[in-house]
Ligand binder design. Structure first.
Ligand code: COA
Length: 158
């Protein structure tokens, strides 16, 4: 299994160009500056060379990551929404997740966030359950109370 490393991510992103989007390595969050308590990669999502959003891969199996934050985080910038870029960027990231042994990959979304929920569904992920957020998780203070948990089997992802 590979270790989280800059060089690996840069090489991976340089080779990661899909039909509508490409990934560009942005940075690594190591344990000292990770919001999730595990190392993470962040990539820019590019559309025709322009920044269209970001996607992060969190390398860890803690409860916080697996059940609440998810191993994946994505934002598509408003002008680029409506073209399924989050799904496409996720597909480009799956080989890196596999290389880290993240099988299955755990994704979460806010129950009210339809666009976010559609992304795991479009990827073929299986809805597992809706979990209550613990009060100590920082987004609880922002008013969030639940997450929908999805399991994406990388061996079977289409
Ligand atoms: C979630 C997000 C990344 C999805 O962006 P995207 O890839 O451009 O997604 P799309 O706009 O193409 O929408 C995907 C699906 O959701 C549907 N959808 C989008 N907005 C919707 C809305 N407000 N109501 C109902 N359906 C909606 C689309 O019709 C599409 O459906 P389809 O799969 O049946 O075609 C983007 O909305 C975003 O950045 N939101 C803010 C940040 C966020 O919530 N991130 C997720 C947390 S991890």
């Amino acid at each position: 299994m590979i270790q989280v490393s800059d060089g690996r991510a840069r090489a991976f992103a340089a080779a990661t160009v899909g039909e509508a989007v490409a990934l560009e390595f942005h940075r690594i969050y190591d344990l000292a500056d990770s919001l999730w308590g595990v190392p993470a990669y962040r990539f820019q999502i590019l559309s025709d060379g322009a920044r269209a959003g970001t996607i992060s891969l969190r390398i860890g199996l803690t409860d916080l990551v697996v059940r609440f934050a998810g191993q994946l985080g994505f934002v598509v910038d408003p002008p680029f929404r409506g073209r399924g870029f989050a799904e496409q960027a996720t597909r480009l990231l799956l080989p890196l997740a596999s290389a880290h042994g993240l099988q299955p990959l755990w994704l979460t979304c806010n129950p009210a966030n339809v666009a976010s929920r559609r992304t795991p569904e479009r990827l073929g992920a299986v809805y597992v359950e809706t979990v209550a957020l613990p009060e100590e998780y920082n987004i609880y203070a922002q008013g969030e109370r639940e997450k929908c948990l999805f399991r994406l089997d990388l061996a079977n992802s289409t």
